[in-house]
Design a protein around this ligand. Structure first.
Ligand code: SF4
Length: 461
């Protein structure tokens, strides 16, 4: 059977562009069952939906798989309509986070879509293909939703795979050209960048966070190292460890870092961490192993907002983690978001004060998106403060705060923070020291544009 897995949306932003790692995982599982698989990433060749379609026509698949995300349903809808216009006869399979939570909606709305696979799909996709090949009844495929006699049927969820070492490495060879042409890159890094996932799930329950599977599971350090060696054999020297929480089990984390150091991989890493799971020993071990930057979900400078989010961190911990990280000689990225229920101009001012005092190497500010099925979404829905909803025709969902009439009214607050932040001499110096000397012309242009946009844009505050 011929299966095309398509990532039809662009993932590019000022910080870089990642490979579609989840699709590559599904691809490798299918290849393990000797299926013929094609992966198309729209970023590879900057393909328009029509460009993707042209490649699909050339390949002539039996099944086309597309991931759906709550934040870009109108684009997904346009693309799936193009695929399912009837003349191709391809079976259309939706996956990804939105399909996991809203399988019924997906099959009700996307008429062209034949199947939805909920949850992690590496095993269930093989079951689905086997059923289709043998014309067996689909009720044996775990995690599958489909239509039968005019009704939508939801099979029981697929069991969570606890043995992550049993999953084959992502089929990067299917995007060999994209890797070679440096389509995947990260600001401040020369050459191609890759991503790796060494654990899945997260034991915390932040109210805004959506996870496909909660259960925290890990790969063995040996298995992780084998994949890193494979990544290196492609010539890649930059890797982003994309785990929700790489540092959760300290001993395992130290073991992986030690093995990386011993192997002399020559790879530079970026990792995500929680401020309460980090200490000096870990940071120094990271530095030793080649980690050059750590991303923290700081979220807010207000303790009240952190508590409302159920973040289980304190402002003090946030200050300490940033200071320790910089002291260890690592770049420190802070993710912030504005507009959580309970947010006021005063709590945003606290976040501003936090950023200006703690001075992380880089700050990423986003605005509250209540993703479906999260605690904050459910609460806003029951309070009557949810505005819009995730759909193919509506604008993005947001939560009404008593002092704003639209989500856009929050933007000037974020712009004002960034404007002050990018004008701090120490921040500019850090960017020159850590980033500017390592970037190519394309990245340089994007960075200059970013700085000028934020340094001189007039924020109405
Ligand atoms: S925000 Fe991070 S720490 Fe919180 S639940 Fe999500 S992944 Fe876990």
């Amino acid at each position: 059977m011929k299966i095309a897995l398509v990532y039809p949306y662009s993932k590019r932003n000022v910080m870089g562009c990642n490979p579609p790692i989840s699709l590559l995982y599904v691809a490798s599982s299918l290849m393990q069952s000797n299926e013929d698989v094609l992966v198309i990433d729209a970023d590879d060749g900057r393909l328009s939906p029509e460009g993707v379609l042209k490649r699909l026509v050339e390949y002539s698949p039996d099944i086309v798989g597309v991931p759906l995300f709550s934040t870009n349903l109108p684009a997904a809808y346009g693309f799936i309509r193009l695929l399912g216009s009837g003349k191709f006869g391809w079976k259309i399979l939706a996956g990804g986070p939105h399909s996991t939570i809203r399988a019924q909606d997906v099959l009700d709305t996307f008429n062209e879509c034949d199947y939805v696979l909920r949850g992690e799909a590496e095993n269930s996709v093989k079951d689905l293909v086997k059923c289709l090949k043998t014309n067996s009844h689909l009720n044996s495929v775990p995690g599958l939703s489909y239509r039968e006699a005019g009704r939508v049927i939801h099979n029981p969820d697929s069991p969570i795979n606890m043995d992550l070492d049993s999953i084959p490495f992502p089929a990067r060879e299917l995007l060999k050209g994209a890797y070679k042409n440096n389509i995947y890159w990260r600001i401040g890094q020369r050459g191609a960048t890759d991503v790796i996932i060494t654990s899945r799930g997260c034991p915390y329950s932040c109210n805004f966070c959506f996870k496909v599977a909660n259960k925290f599971r890990v790969r063995s350090p040996e298995n992780v190292l084998r994949e890193l060696i494979e990544i290196r054999s492609f010539g890649t020297r930059n890797v982003h460890i994309m785990d929700d929480i790489f540092v959760f089990k300290k001993d395992r984390c130290l073991k992986i870092l030690k093995m990386i150091k011993k192997e002399k991989l020559g790879i530079e890493f970026k990792v995500r961490a929680r401020v309460d799971c980090i200490d000096k020993e870990l940071l120094l071990a990271m530095k030793d192993a080649g980690v050059n930057s750590v991303v923290y979900g700081i979220e807010s400078g207000s303790q009240k907002i952190l508590d409302l989010m159920n973040k289980r961190t304190t402002v003090e911990m946030n200050y300490k983690a940033i200071a320790m990280t910089k002291k260890a000689g690592l770049q420190c990225y802070s993710d912030i978001f504005i507009g959580y229920p309970g947010e006021t101009p005063e709590t945003i001012a606290m976040t501003e004060e936090f950023i200006l005092k703690s001075r992380p190497t880089a700050v990423n500010i986003s605005y509250m998106y209540p993703l479906p099925n999260t605690q904050v979404y459910n609460q806003a829905k029951s309070d009557g403060t949810l505005r819009n909803d995730w759909g193919i025709h509506s604008d993005a969902a947001w939560v009404q705060l008593p002092w704003i009439k639209s989500r856009e009214e929050l933007y000037p607050y974020g712009e004002a923070i960034l404007k002050k932040y990018v004008r701090i001499p120490a921040v500019v110096f850090n960017v020159i020291r850590h980033i500017l000397f390592k970037i190519d012309f394309k990245q340089f242009k994007m960075l200059v544009d970013y700085f000028f946009r934020h340094a001189f844009k007039s924020a109405s505050r």
